[in-house]
Design a protein around this ligand. Structure first.
Ligand code: ZN
Length: 196
């Protein structure tokens, strides 16, 4: 079953979500929610989905960056944004540390809860995340590049923060125009053309 993805302005997207208890994580309800979130994320399609995006104010997100999503993109682009496949996994009650904050690590980012748009967002290049998995076991993740960006984006959702709160406001564009006009341009060319 697919869940409805709520859009910016919905209260749950703008509030801090609560931690889950170990009993909750191991319970049937959360197990079913994870399955539905996986299906919803794949159907969208997206590379991450946080529980608040489905109307649930709890600190849980699913992440998966499939090889098939990357096939459509030029290899130079994938290399530039340091994007590699990430297998499906669940993060619960995550704590994030930005290991390599980098104001120069700026790329276009979008969100299923701000459907149809993208903007340039600076993100740390490397992060460390300590969280629980779906069996309530502790997990430590060290991530770099695009995967680090996904983790920052999803964990932001659990704190009521959307990418539009971190974006360069003048870079906000529709996905349609991003593809139509800027697909083959560098970010430097985009900046110059739009007076950023
Ligand atoms: Zn999002």
């Amino acid at each position: 079953m697919r869940l409805k993805i709520v859009q910016a302005g919905e209260k749950v997207l703008h509030q801090k979500a609560r931690d889950l208890t170990v009993d909750e994580i191991r319970g049937e309800t959360i197990g079913q929610l994870i399955e539905m979130m996986r299906e919803t994320m794949r159907d969208a399609p997206g590379v991450g989905l946080a529980a608040p995006q489905t109307g649930m104010g709890i600190r849980l997100a699913v992440i998966e960056d499939r090889e098939q999503y990357q096939k459509a993109l030029p290899p130079e682009h994938l290399k530039k944004i340091e994007r590699q496949p990430v297998p499906f996994h669940v993060i619960i009650n995550p704590k994030i540390r930005l290991l390599e904050p980098d104001q120069a690590n700026v790329f276009f980012e979008g969100c299923l809860s701000v459907a149809g748009f993208s903007a340039l967002v600076p993100r740390a290049r490397t992060v460390e995340v300590n969280c629980l998995n779906e069996r309530a076991e502790p997990v430590r993740i060290e991530a770099r590049g695009w995967y680090a960006r996904i983790l920052q984006h999803e964990i932001d959702h659990l704190d009521g923060t959307l990418y539009i709160h971190r974006m360069e406001p003048r870079s906000f564009v529709t996905n349609e125009n991003l593809t139509r006009y800027w697909r083959d341009s560098s970010i430097a060319d985009f900046r110059q053309a739009l007076n950023l």
